[in-house]
Design a protein around this ligand. Structure first.
Ligand code: ZN
Length: 320
């Protein structure tokens, strides 16, 4: 396609809304490194939707190793946007459009500041079927571009696209809280919003050579506070549409290491899915630890396509 994306936007001030907090964050960098080192030690198993494979992490998070495209990765709106999926692209957010009245919750996986709060995010929460860590730090590329930064950027791009369709869009976190939310709260936010669809955004941390995306669907569980039986079918519908549009828009292939080539995986161990009462899926957009996938994941133009593909899947699901 001829679209040249937001990679070519002029650099913008990074997270200007944070203001004085930036100073505080700078002072906390040693804390971030401490959190990272602890994470290195205790490992990252948790409700991150990933394949669960252990990976050797050799580089620190972005706090001490800024990603190459930092200037364009502040999650600002994608400026000169490509043409969205539907004709009413010029409608003000939420005012009109085919998704008017629909509520979409986007769950950007992890939190850029989780690294600084190891004890808080390691606290166990009940996910109905068992207990899991509140949240995890997520993974990163070998060059230090963090999954949390990736998920927030894709979420911002999706929000812009979906609001153009008239949807009411809510994020579970916007880099605006010290850590988390915990996985149970992530589910609760979607439930309480009575969301018509929820998508949790992630990127995986698997081995080199493992490539491609996969969508994670809730399995049927009925234990404690977890009862997914009513959402299994609609979530599968949502997930299949998201996977289909993701392939079409990004050109990415389904995972070559999980899902038997379908790009779809069903899991019963994720609190974010187990505790959901509304249709919800996770998407692992690629493998940050593979250099070829990482080249895509760190590209703003690619992330715009990823956001468009996921959003088109949601639009398709909501149109029925
Ligand atoms: Zn993740």
């Amino acid at each position: 396609m001829s679209y040249v994306g937001p990679d070519f936007e002029p650099p913008q001030p990074r997270r200007p809304r944070r203001g004085p907090l930036t100073v505080a964050l700078a002072a906390l960098v040693p804390g971030a490194l401490l959190g990272w080192l602890l994470y290195e030690t205790v490992g990252g198993s948790g409700d991150d939707g990933g394949s669960g494979q252990a990976t050797v992490r050799s580089s620190p998070p972005a706090a001490s190793s800024p990603p190459a495209d930092d200037a364009t990765d502040d999650g600002k709106k994608p400026g000169a946007d490509p043409t969205p999926a539907a004709p009413s692209a010029s409608a003000p957010a939420g005012a009109s459009g085919p998704l008017k009245g629909k509520v979409v919750v986007i769950d950007p996986g992890h939190n850029p500041d989780n690294f600084q709060h190891p004890s808080e995010i390691n606290r166990k929460v009940n996910i109905g079927t068992n207990w899991k860590e509140c949240d995890t730090t997520g993974t990163s590329t070998n060059d230090g571009y963090t999954e949390a930064k990736f998920t927030l950027d894709v979420a911002h791009r999706m929000r812009a696209l979906l609001e153009e369709q008239g949807a009411t869009v809510k994020l579970t976190q916007d880099g605006d809280r010290p850590y988390g939310p915990c996985v149970d709260e992530r589910a609760r936010i979607g439930n309480e919003a009575k969301a018509d669809a929820v998508v949790s955004i992630h990127a995986d941390g698997s081995g080199t050579g493992n490539r491609g995306f996969h969508v994670i669907l809730p399995g049927a569980v009925n234990s404690g506070a977890a009862d997914t039986r009513a959402i299994v079918a609609p979530s599968r519908d949502l997930g299949e549409r998201v996977a289909g549009r993701f392939v079409a828009v990004t050109g990415s292939a389904p995972s070559n290491y999980i899902g038997d080539g379908s790009g779809l995986v069903t899991r019963k161990d994720l609190g974010g899915l187990n505790l959901s009462t509304v249709p919800k899926v996770f998407i692992e957009c690629g493998n940050m630890r593979d250099s070829k996938d990482a080249a895509s994941l760190t590209s703003g133009a690619w992330r715009q396509k990823a956001a468009q593909g996921i959003s088109e899947g949601i639009v398709s699901f909501l149109h029925g």
